[in-house]
Design a binder for this molecule. Structure first.
Ligand code: ZN
Ligand code: ZN
Length: 396
């Protein structure tokens, strides 16, 4: 793998402050999934000014920028997600979110700023750039809703991208380091609801009713055994119920109870196995209590993020050439999910992680109101992204 020419590295140094300022601007003005209008407008304007071919309004608020290099080469896509979360930021600083109840607490402000700067850098030196770079700015990752409509709109087909790459910032590693791992990287996610129906009545006469609360309690405990006793000990799965709703008063047996939860796995077979069993298991157990249970899947669902072997070794080699071997780690898969999985199902590619942990103290987790990033990680992410794109666009 070719180390990126030093003139590019100097260019990153020159653009560092502007990159940070751009990220802070997005951070100050966060927008929820499918509402990223200001964000999309800025992306569109910047790409347009850099003379990329720009398409807006894809999957509502998505933007695509196409850059034709002057030299022959391949067509490769770079994907960045642009949305924020429904949280009120606790940090009080001039850069903190100016919109109460909305916050960039996952780092997507950084992903957007890196991708725009990357596109601008390549556009400024188009004469040296091979092939065609497709920059995909995807809305609504946080609701796992933006990737599929972007793909259905043809963002990987016109022009046809051969590979797709992207990065996610993470406070789980220090700035200066990147995590590149083949195979499963992020868990599948399946939101589910189990509705248990009984027959309501007086709390003093349960024998005259069918108590859905007791049935639901047994189903909840029993569900954990689906993981413990039916999934091989070498596989992983997490089944969490985060919400139970039933009843109006201590001495009234309600007619129904609803439990809502999420299933996470790293393997499509395990995912399918548990989803298939969950419905029958809940129904059979409810029947033992003379109740009825129905499983409903819906809301936030997506498969595992799986990195392709060849593209992952390629990203590893690019990152090691530019940052040094010690800066590149395989890391561990995470239980969080990301709809980048859909892009990686369509094309070979690699989704890697870039460290933004603060220099001191324990980092706040992503999706927390006190989330903060170490901005020193931004130029590191940009550097790896640039190396990956320059090498991938050149025939190899
Ligand atoms: Zn997130
Ligand atoms: Zn994220």
């Amino acid at each position: 793998m070719r180390k990126t020419d030093p003139s590019w590295t100097q260019e990153i140094d020159r653009r560092r402050d502007a990159l940070v300022a751009l990220r802070r601007d997005f951070h100050r003005h966060p927008e929820l999934s499918f509402e990223e209008r200001r964000t999309a407008e800025i992306i569109g304007e910047r790409l347009h000014a850099a003379k990329l071919e720009v398409r807006t309004g894809i999957a509502q608020t998505g933007v695509v920028g196409i850059l034709h290099g002057d030299r022959p080469g391949r067509t490769v896509a770079w994907r960045a997600d642009i949305d924020a979360l429904p949280l009120t930021e606790t940090l009080e600083a001039p850069i903190a979110s100016a919109t109460p109840g909305v916050m960039h607490a996952c780092g997507h402000d950084g992903h957007t700023a890196i991708a725009i700067t990357l596109a601008e850098m390549l556009a400024a030196r188009r004469a040296e750039v091979p092939g065609t770079a497709v920059f995909i700015f995807q809305p609504a990752e946080e609701v796992l809703g933006g990737a599929r409509p972007m793909i259905e709109a043809g963002v990987l087909d016109e022009p046809r991208a051969e590979e797709v790459f992207g990065l996610h910032l993470t406070t789980q590693m220090p700035s200066g380091q990147v995590m590149v791992r083949p195979g499963p990287n992020m868990a599948s996610a399946d939101a589910f609801a189990v509705e248990v129906r009984g027959r309501g009545g007086h709390g003093a006469y349960p024998h005259l009713s069918v108590d859905p609360v007791t049935a639901a309690a047994h189903i909840l405990i029993g569900m954990q055994h689906l993981v413990a006793k039916e999934v091989s000990a070498q596989e992983t799965a997490v089944l969490t119920v985060g919400q139970i709703q039933a009843g109006t008063k201590n001495n009234i047996i309600p007619a129904s109870a609803v439990m809502r939860g999420t299933l996470r796995t790293f393997d499509e077979r395990v995912r399918g196995q548990i989803l298939e069993r969950l419905g029958a298991f809940a129904a059979d157990l409810a029947r033992a209590y003379r109740a009825e249970a129905r499983l409903e899947l819906g809301g936030m669902r997506c498969p595992t993020v799986v990195n392709h072997e060849a593209e992952t070794s390629f990203v590893r080699a690019c990152a090691a050439a530019d940052l040094g071997e010690d800066a590149v780690r395989p890391g561990q898969p995470v239980m969080a999910s990301d709809d980048m999985c859909y892009f990686l199902r369509e094309r070979p590619g690699c989704y890697f992680r870039v460290g933004i942990a603060p220099a001191h103290g324990r980092p706040a987790p992503h999706h927390a109101p006190e989330f903060e990033m170490n901005e020193d990680g931004l130029p590191v992410g940009l550097r790896v992204a640039l190396g990956v794109m320059l090498n991938a666009l050149a025939a190899r």
